[in-house]
Design a protein around this ligand. Structure first.
Ligand SMILES: [Cu+2]
Length: 156
């Protein structure tokens, strides 16, 4: 009985790791960075592009980092000249498209860093998808987006 349980457990572990591996192949992260905040401010904005190279939509449901208390998805909008941020429950990345988090639009909002986040520091962020798949990447802290030239390709 004991060995049978072990076999079953191993089977699911193998399934789980295959699943993890295949998900990772379908996601490529580009230009991930966090905007450095003034020392007294415990909230940072994060930007990146998520490329979905699969023929299925990816539904991003949460993000986490061991160096932040929590991470939310926000959308900045301007209505009647007033800038607002709305929290988004999920981010849908259509098949074979790249979803862009960028200043003035969708962004990550990272709350209460547990270590200093000055320019040049990098932090690991984990994305959780509704399929159960995860994807981890590193984002670097910068004062501004030095890769600005690429943004011109992303207007709607
Ligand atoms: Cu925000």
């Amino acid at each position: 009985m004991k060995s049978r349980n072990l076999i079953i457990t191993s089977f699911f572990l193998v399934l789980f790791s295959l699943n993890q591996a295949s998900a990772g192949e379908h996601i490529t992260i580009h230009n991930a960075w966090l905007r450095e905040a003034p020392p007294a401010i415990k909230v940072m904005a994060g930007y990146l592009q998520i490329e979905n190279t699969s023929d299925k939509a990816l539904i991003l449901i949460s993000a986490e980092s061991s160096e932040f208390e929590r991470i939310e998805f926000h959308l900045s909008t301007t209505k009647d000249g007033i800038a607002r941020m709305q929290q988004q429950d999920e981010i849908v990345i259509a098949p074979n498209t790249t979803f862009t988090f960028k200043p003035g639009s969708y962004h990550l909002m990272l709350f209460n860093n547990t270590v200093p986040m000055r320019e040049g520091k990098s932090t690991s962020i984990k994305l959780n998808f509704d399929s159960g798949d995860t994807h981890e990447f590193d984002a670097i802290v910068k004062k501004s987006d030095s890769n600005n030239a690429h943004q011109h390709h992303n207007h709607h």
